[in-house]
Design a protein around this ligand. Structure first.
Ligand code: IPD
Length: 338
């Protein structure tokens, strides 16, 4: 081999080795510049640097919620609790009164609320709850925060349940960052299960459902309630509105459960539902189910729906909702839920 060729080969090898060394040393330098300062020179706890690092890594608890798992867990629990309700609904139930003589609670309400809360806590120990029966205790309704919060009515339609009238249901919604992500309304006596996940549509016993699309009050079937108080001012408004609706709508129905009334709007069986005096747990799930079925849920005076206001209007279309707001005599129940 000529000497020149031999020298060329040696030169090539040397430059390859030195290039590799350069690349390797650059990798080592950048490794230490990325990780070295954190690992080796970790700032003292409480220092500004440490606070900044912690803040930049901070993410809200709600950002990591596994909604798929939440839905699966609560669906199973609701089925279990439903068996208890269906069994006990075979006979009339003992009850005690809460805020007045027509605001009732049974042992089943309490048992179902505990069953749901304990079951959810086992899987999601950090989650919060706003439950009807817990909220009627001394502490009252807890504040809604950004944390994942389950809003639970263990038996919606307790008056029906006490009388073994087969229209009672479990109503559960999950809010994350104050947005309702999933909702279930389950009447285990008639096997009616309404479900919705935000952005995934609404379902009745597994079948996709849609609101009726009705725009005119004159052709609408309306649901509402007498409510669970005999407060005179409230009763006056309730009766006035029933009279107005009876004169204008196709018909008026009172199922005895706010959550089932709203589910009927989602199903397209009723065209609108309004009520003054409901609580967050009566309507949290129903609100999502109606909206996922293509309907609207607003304040009965026309503004945005406020889950703590104890006022709700759900309708198949915005046109129908607007027409109803113009007809209704308004009522603002106190205290609010927050
Ligand atoms: C009640 C029922 C009732 C409605 C009330 C709700 P509860 O819930 O849904 O039909 O008129 O506003 O509070 O007490 O049976 O859970």
């Amino acid at each position: 081999m000529p000497v020149v060729t031999y020298l060329n080969i040696v030169h090539t090898y040397i430059s390859m080795i030195s290039n590799s060394y350069l690349v390797f040393s650059k990798m080592v330098t950048s490794f230490f510049s990325i990780y070295g300062s954190h690992v080796v020179q970790a700032p003292q706890s409480g220092s500004l640097q440490n606070q900044k690092t912690r803040r930049s890594h901070h993410c809200k608890m709600g950002d990591n919620v596994d909604l798929e798992k939440c839905f699966e867990v609560v669906s199973n629990l609701v089925s279990e609790a439903g068996r208890l309700i269906a069994r006990n609904n075979e006979t009339r139930q003992e009850f005690v009164t809460k805020s007045n003589d027509i605001d009732l609670v049974t042992q089943t309400d309490k048992d179902v609320e505990l069953l749901l809360m304990d079951g959810i806590r086992r899987h999601f120990p950090d989650h919060k709850f706003i439950g009807e029966e817990e909220s009627s205790g001394e502490e009252g309704v807890k504040n809604l925060t950004d944390d994942p919060t389950w809003i639970i009515d263990p038996v919606d339609g307790t008056m029906n349940f006490v009388h073994a009238f087969p229209h009672s249901c479990i109503s559960v919604g999950l809010k994350v960052n104050k947005v309702t992500e999933l909702g279930l309304v389950y009447n285990p006596i008639l096997e009616q299960r309404f479900t919705a996940r935000r952005g995934h549509g609404a379902f009745y016993n597994g079948r996709r459902i849609h609101v009726s699309g009705q725009k005119e009050l004159g052709k609408s079937l309306i649901t509402s309630e007498f409510g669970t108080t005999r407060d005179e001012a409230k009763m006056k408004v309730v009766n006035e509105n029933f009279e107005k609706m009876a004169k204008r709508a196709h018909g008026l129905r009172v199922l005895g459960s706010a959550a089932l009334n709203m589910s009927m709007v989602a199903l397209g069986a009723a065209d609108a539902n309004y009520e003054f005096g409901i609580h967050a747990w009566d309507v949290c799930a129903g609100d999502l189910i109606v909206r996922e079925a293509g309907g609207v849920v607003i304040d009965p005076a026309g503004g945005e729906f406020d889950i703590m206001s104890r006022r709700v209007l759900a309708a198949a279309t915005p046109e129908l909702a607007q027409e109803i707001t113009k007809v209704l005599t308004q009522f603002y129940p106190l205290p609010r839920d927050d």
